[in-house]
Design a protein around this ligand. Structure first.
Ligand code: GTP
Length: 495
């Protein structure tokens, strides 16, 4: 099929119901998507095709492509996958090995696509791409249907909070555009998606190579299909708002250029703030009001998520790098124990009971990880009592900290609910994960050298410190207050 001119395709897109079209036009933020699937399903070809047909390929790039490739496909078109070969290693090995971001746009919307690799050992890059995406395009080869790798990627994408999937049933030209193949694969996929809690699913039969149902429709070849093209599905997808909750500023730096000025710098990770608003400094729980919001060169009257700011408070408080400044209403969770889900990224896996470094934003803390269960990809079920989580395994774990940690759930805030684990022996990143809930542990008991450290809510800590029992143990027990938190609040926090 010869692709029609680009404008003709966009005219087709504009035939969408008015309300939907208005919604799509209004959204000026780019939609972020990932493409994933097994090796050779055609991801690179699909992205190349998207870039080509939306005219995102610059003329010089296009010329270079024709010159360079010498490899035209059987349709006499350039090999689109070559558009994506940014990395030398990729050319050498003929595979995609890192996350590459590409940009394209239509009249309706702009898009950022993360091309994530299909090889098993690169699950980590897939997780990286998925952590910021609004939508996942999962590719399958129409001849092969869903594979274990498709299931793994769909699972990671859903764990990363992606709620919209497009199933691209690719290479449809190789199955004679057979409707029954499409029905079977899309049915199987819908079952998988539903088991993952994903309800917004669009399955599209397509040929990335020939450009059918990617940007241009293919009604003459597949008259039985009356759904959207890939681009139409992307234009109508919703952009997930990263944060539903309150203001969050993970403090990256304390700025003290002179005696009279002290500001706390970082990038707003959620919500908004204006002068006069009350904030809590976590984990200490101290409270202050915002005096001034300063950016690179001006004083602002408000800041929102994504802004890099310096916050000046109205009083002297103890704030250091790694602390979180949050709105007083709707604070993040502070505690010593959290439930999380993670993906193990290194050959050694995750060892139960080992102390790792947890890095979340500007904060780095010691943590002990206890696997609770592991996802069995073939059945989609959680198997209890996981011991080690091997590489690529997806597990539910308990995180236990020595010192108070501050998190939102990933569901509520992707910036303040996500973390990576670092092996202190090798400095390798061994897992990427998301916090799912706070555990209602009542404080914690830890040993630091000869001394025992008891972390308790403020009221219990005070009670204990006043007791005679404690007076006798003063030399070997330290009591630490979990400030701002009282025991009844902890007991009432749902697990
Ligand atoms: N017939 C046909 N071939 C296709 C189609 N899409 C991709 N291919 C071919 O399938 C092969 C693999 O495509 P790629 O785009 O390199 O696959 P990939 O999934 O990106 O593979 P990796 O980068 O190795 O993960 C290439 O030879 C493509 O030309 C299609 O729709 N129809």
């Amino acid at each position: 099929m010869t692709a029609p001119a680009n404008t003709a395709a966009l005219a087709e897109v504009q035939d969408l119901p008015e309300a939907e079209a208005a919604k799509a036009v209004k959204d000026s933020r780019p939609l972020r998507l990932i493409t994933c699937g097994s090796v050779d399903d055609g991801k690179s070809t699909l992205i190349g095709r998207l870039l080509w047909d939306t005219k995102a390929v610059k003329e010089d790039q296009a010329a270079a492509l024709s010159r360079d490739s010498g490899k035209q496909n059987d349709l006499g078109l350039p090999d689109f996958a070559l558009l994506l070969d940014g990395l030398q290693a990729e050319r050498e090995q003929g595979i995609t090995i890192d996350v590459a971001y590409r940009y394209f746009s239509t009249d309706r919307r702009s898009f950022i696509v993360a091309d994530t690799p299909g090889h098993e050992q690169y699950t980590r890059n897939m997780a990286t791409g998925a952590s910021t995406a609004d939508l996942a395009v999962l590719l399958v080869d129409a001849r092969a249907g869903l594979l274990e790798q498709t299931r793994r990627h769909a699972t990671i994408a859903s764990l990363m909070g992606i709620k919209q999937f497009v199933l691209a049933v690719n290479k449809f030209d190789l199955v004679s555009y057979d409707k029954s193949v499409f029905d079977r694969i899309s049915h199987e996929f819908k079952e998988l998606a539903l088991s993952l809690g994903v309800r917004q699913i669009t399955a599209i039969p397509m040929s990335a190579l020939k450009g059918e149902n990617v940007v241009y429709g293919a009604s003459t070849i597949m008259p039985w299909y009356d759904g959207p093209t890939l681009v139409q599905a992307l234009e109508l997808a919703t952009i997930r708002t990263a944060t539903a909750g309150g203001f969050r500023l993970p403090v990256q730096r304390v700025s003290r250029p002179g005696e009279s000025f002290r500001g706390y710098q970082g990038t707003v990770a959620g919500g908004s703030i204006k002068p006069g608003d009350s904030v809590a400094i976590l984990p200490s729980g101290m409270v202050a009001n915002v005096k001034q919001i300063v950016t690179f060169d001006l004083v602002r009257n408000a800041a929102v998520a994504g802004d890099a700011i310096t916050l000046v408070l109205d009083r002297q408080v103890d704030v250091s790098r790694g602390d979180m400044i949050a709105s007083l209403d709707g604070q993040p969770m502070t505690g010593l124990g959290f439930d999380a889900q993670l993906v193990a990224l290194q050959p050694g896996g995750i060892e139960p009971g080992k102390r790792y470094w947890l890095k979340a934003g500007s904060r780095r803390q010691r943590v002990v990880v206890q696997p609770v269960s592991q996802l069995e990809l073939s059945s989609g079920k959680w198997k209890p009592h996981a011991e080690t989580l091997a590489m690529n395994a997806i597990g539910k774990v308990r995180l236990s900290f020595d010192e108070l940690a501050v998190f939102d759930t990933y569901e509520q805030n992707r910036a303040t609910g996500a973390f990576i684990l670092i092996d202190p022996d090798t400095n390798n990143t061994v897992a990427g994960g998301m916090v799912t809930a706070k555990r209602s542990d009542l404080g914690g008991i830890h040993r630091e050298g000869e001394r025992v450290l008891l972390s308790l809510p403020a009221d219990l800590a005070e009670e204990l410190m006043a007791s005679e029992a404690f007076a006798a143990r003063r030399d070997d027990v330290d009591i630490r207050r979990i400030s701002g938190q009282r025991s009844n609040e902890i007991f009432e926090t749902p697990d």
